[in-house]
Design a protein around this ligand. Structure first.
Ligand SMILES: Cc1ncc(C[n+]2csc(CCOP(=O)(O)OP(=O)(O)O)c2C)c(N)n1
Ligand SMILES: [Mg+2]
Length: 563
């Protein structure tokens, strides 16, 4: 059989069912063979868009999407999206056509392996017709079981060859790794002694099983619950949820996290964003990190105790060594009383529970509304959208000064409600991330939150969103500038002509792509969005929001410290 046919059959048998891409001569036959094997193909308009769609899809599905690319420029166009996926450990298999070994003078010749490795992706290759299926299966397994972005180079001569079908590939996934008994006991001892424990769950804890296990354990030791931005939403609905730890944390969450005596990162790198450059970790705080990847422990900061193991398995094992508490979830306080009131467990008290309910959300923190009749304060806009949009949503965020507003003021229903493609801090990926999210979760309303700069950089995928008939909301925080740069350099008096732009009618541009659109200067202008939400007409709506931008978002300063 043809090598393309054999590879397609093997990948489909392993469970691949969705691919994104742009088709040229180098990936035409393989893409068609995959379609013939039932794999859904989504055509993007730019390879970087295709890569970000595949990245978002993989984050939500928890298994690899395929990204199918033409040789040479097909791969180089996709590189920013591939780099984001690689840095985020998104499971993804890039099918990258490449020139034949003998085509040494081809225009399309580039060093695929070196480029792939240079981005942090794993480089793989079809080596020969006889072993092509083995090469492809190994690449898929690496992507799926090790959560890696794998770039599989597909030389044209090998693709065009013939092979014999080697038999069905093994579809079974790698088992999650259990922790050692000794490390479990050490962590249980730390938590048993803790009086103000805080859990910070990250990307490696983004599953219902991990949530259940962490909530059970947190109840036994009285821990408060926070997440990194990548896992935002994991503990939604839990009365002890502090939401995101780091630059997006509300003042109350900051205070509580900084006062922890024990802080445990669960599948969380505890990087400079999550810890605000370490300032959220108190001097005397005992820091523990639990991760299934040995190399992640202590990578960003020193820890007192490292536990190697799957988050859900480790949390359950540790919980087994601690006594259950009456009212683990904070519900039974009324029944348990000390002399001076309901009994506290660890960090949890009735008073704190009330404080969290009243003040932990950003939208409950008072602010001065800077809107005028011509421009809307981004906080006011985002709170109005939070009220308007259905709770069952996925918020996908681009990069820029604006990005804190949707991240902090839009609530999300669970760990699958926030698609944060920010590991590479690129602008222009947000719209495509939103499209990939919408394809992964057609049951949810997807909200893309973009700046005007990022929106115009990725604008070609508006055609994709309209062509696919996606009912999604695309809100553009339009300050007619690269606001992040304006607010970074403006205060020091530098010239800003390079980072400011004349007004653009983004609503008209969106209509040209076949989207609905509305220009918003005040909260009242959102009326058409309400009507659109009732009808969900099978096309996107773009909100061109003319926002105030007299000064930078307060968290931006923090972000620039990371440069
Ligand atoms: C691909 C890429 N190019 C340039 C940058 C540098 N950069 C960071 S934020 C930003 C401005 C983004 O403008 P916009 O999308 O309008 O958002 P705003 O900052 O105005 O809210 C730029 C150019 C980047 N992060 N990524
Ligand atoms: Mg802008």
């Amino acid at each position: 059989m043809k090598v393309t046919e054999a590879i397609a059959k093997a990948l489909a048998n392993l469970g691949a069912d969705t691919m994104f891409g742009v088709v040229g001569s180098g990936n035409f036959h393989l893409t068609n063979a995959l379609i013939a094997h039932g794999v859904r193909y989504v055509a993007a308009r730019h390879e970087c868009g295709a890569a970000s769609m595949a990245d978002a899809w993989g984050r939500l599905a928890g298994r690899p999407a395929l990204l199918t690319l033409h040789q040479g420029p097909g791969l180089t166009n996709a590189l920013t999206g591939i780099t984001e996926a690689a840095k985020s450990r998104t499971p993804m298999l890039v099918l990258a056509a490449d020139v034949s070994a003998r085509a040494i003078t081809s225009n399309f010749r580039i060093d695929v392996s070196a480029i792939a490795s240079g981005t942090g992706a794993t480089a793989a290759r079809l080596h020969s017709t006889g072993f092509a299926v083995d090469d492809a299966v190994r690449a898929y397994r690496t992507a799926r079981d090790e959560r890696r972005t794998v770039v599989l180079g597909l030389p044209l001569d090998v693709q065009a060859g013939e092979c014999t079908w080697p038999g069905n590939p093994e579809a079974r996934m790698a088992e999650p790794a259990p922790p050692s008994q000794r490390q479990v006991a050490d962590l249980a001892a730390v938590l048993a002694d803790a009086s103000r424990p805080v859990f910070v769950a990250g990307r490696g804890a983004r599953s219902p099983a991990a949530r259940t296990a962490l909530e059970e354990l947190a109840g036994r030791c009285g821990a408060l619950l926070a997440t990194s931005a990548a896992a935002k939403g994991l503990f939604r609905g839990n009365p002890w949820d502090l939401d995101v730890s780091g630059g997006f944390a509300s003042p109350l969450a900051v205070e509580l996290i900084a006062n922890a005596d024990v802080l445990v990162g669960w599948g969380c790198s505890l990087n400079m964003w999550t810890t605000r450059h370490g300032t959220l970790i108190g001097r005397g705080t005992t820091v523990v990190q639990v991760d299934n990847d040995h190399s992640a422990i202590g990578r960003h900061r020193q820890v007192h105790l490292g536990v190697v193991g799957d988050v859900a398995l480790t949390a359950s094992a540790v919980a087994g060594l601690l006594e259950p508490q009456p009212g683990d979830a904070g519900e039974a306080y009324a029944g348990e009383r000390d002399a001076d009131g309901p009994r506290a467990i660890g960090y949890r008290s009735a008073e704190l529970r009330n404080g969290l309910a009243a003040r932990v959300r950003w939208r409950d923190v008072p602010y001065d509304d800077e809107s005028d009749s011509n421009r809307i304060d981004p906080r006011t806009l985002t709170i109005a959208l939070d009220d308007l949009l259905p709770a069952e949503r996925i918020v996908a965020i681009d990069s820029g000064n604006f990005m804190g507003y949707p991240s902090m003021f839009l609530s999300v229903p669970d760990q699958d409600g926030f698609c944060f493609t920010q590991a590479y801090q690129s602008i222009g990926l947000g719209l495509a991330s939103a499209i990939g999210s919408a394809i992964a979760r057609p049951d949810r309303l997807v909200v893309a939150a973009l700046g005007d700069g990022g929106a115009l950089m990725g604008v070609s995928e508006l055609e994709t969103a309209a062509r696919l008939g996606l009912s999604m909301v695309i809100v553009i925080y339009n300050d007619e500038a690269y606001g992040a740069e304006v607010h970074h350099f403006g205060p020091d008096g530098y010239p800003l002509e390079t980072v400011r732009f004349p007004p653009a009618d983004l609503a008209a541009i969106a209509r040209g792509f076949g989207c609905d659109a509305v220009t918003v200067r005040t909260a009242e202008d959102l009326g058409p969005v309400r009507d659109w939400l009732e009808g969900r007409p099978g096309r996107p709506i773009v909100i061109d929001a003319k926002v105030t931008s007299d000064h930078g978002a307060w968290w931006l300063e923090e972000a620039f410290r990371g440069h």
